[in-house]
Design a protein around this ligand. Structure first.
Ligand code: G3P
Length: 235
C-alpha cells in the first residue's frame, strides 16, 4: 500500500473485482467462528482482488480487531440518527465499531425503497453501500439512488447448488446493461449459488464486478481451499 498516491490507491480499489462473503447467521460464521473466518479471508487476500466480509453487527468489533487488513461490512443499516430508535442499526454506531461498508435490502431482509434512498443519502460518500436486487427491475430502481454497488441475486437460487452464473447468466448480463444505462457509476455484483473460482470467473466474464456469496464459504469443510479457489478464479 505504501508508495501509492491516494489517487492510485482509489483507482486500484475501484478497479479490483470483489469477493464479498456474507456471513449471514450461519453458526460457522458467528462469534469466534466469525473471527476465524475473517482471519482466513485475510490470509487468502491477494492484491488483484478486493475481499469483503459481511458480518453480524454483534461481531463487528471483534472481527475488525482480529482481521485489521480485511474490509468489513455490516449486513444491514437503518436510516436513523441518534435518539429514540429502539432496535434499529444506527450507521454512525456501526462506523464507530469498524464497519466500512454495508449491504442493504438483501432478499432475506428487504427494505422499503424510500428507506434505502434515505440511507444512501445519510451515509458518508466514501462508505460503500451494496443494494441487493432480486431482479433486473429492482436493480433499475435502485440504480437511480446511486448506491456504490448493486448485487443481483435471484432468491430461488440463494443457498442452492447451482450458481446464478450458470442457472441464469442472462440476469447477470441484463442487470449489468440495465444499470449501466441508468447510472454508469454503479458497479454490479451477482450472487446466489456461487461456489468456486469458475463461478467467479464466469461472473466477471458476464460483466459483473464481482460476487456476493455465503454458503459456498460458510458451509465449506476446507475454508482455506475454497477461498483460495475463489481468489484464483480472478487471476
Ligand atoms: O448474500 C449472499 C447470498 O444471498 C447468496 O447466498 O449461499 O447462495 O451463496 P449463497
Amino acid at each position: 500500500m505504501c508508495g501509492r498516491t491516494q489517487e492510485e490507491q482509489y483507482t486500484r480499489i475501484t478497479m479490483q473485482p470483489l469477493i464479498v462473503v456474507n456471513f449471514k447467521t450461519y453458526a460457522s460464521a458467528l462469534g469466534l467462528n466469525a473471527v476465524n473466518l475473517a482471519k482466513a479471508m485475510e490470509r487468502a487476500s491477494e492484491d488483484h482482488v478486493r475481499m469483503v466480509a459481511v458480518v453480524s453487527a454483534f461481531d463487528l468489533s471483534s472481527v475488525v480487531k482480529a482481521a485489521p487488513s480485511l474490509e468489513i461490512w455490516t449486513q444491514h443499516l437503518d436510516p436513523v440518527g441518534f435518539g429514540s430508535n429502539t432496535g434499529w442499526l444506527q450507521p454512525d454506531n456501526a462506523i464507530e465499531h469498524g464497519a466500512n461498508g454495508t449491504i442493504i435490502n438483501h432478499a432475506e431482509h428487504k427494505s422499503e425503497h424510500s428507506r434505502i434512498e434515505k440511507l444512501i443519502q445519510t451515509l458518508p460518500e466514501e462508505f460503500p453501500i451494496c443494494a441487493c436486487a432480486i431482479d433486473v427491475n429492482e436493480a433499475q430502481s435502485l440504480a437511480k439512488m446511486n448506491p456504490t454497488f448493486i448485487a443481483v441475486e435471484p432468491p430461488e437460487l440463494i443457498g442452492g447448488d447451482i450458481s446464478v452464473t450458470s442457472a441464469d447468466p442472462a440476469i447477470v448480463q441484463d442487470t449489468v446493461k440495465a444499470v449501466q444505462d441508468i447510472n454508469p457509476n454503479v458497479r454490479v455484483l451477482c450472487g446466489a449459488g456461487v461456489k468456486d473460482g469458475n463461478d467467479v470467473r464466469t461472473a466477471v466474464e458476464l460483466g459483473a464486478h464481482g460476487v456476493l456469496l455465503a454458503s459456498g464459504v460458510t458451509k465449506a469443510t476446507d475454508v482455506d481451499m475454497v477461498l483460495k479457489d475463489l481468489v484464483n478464479g480472478l487471476k
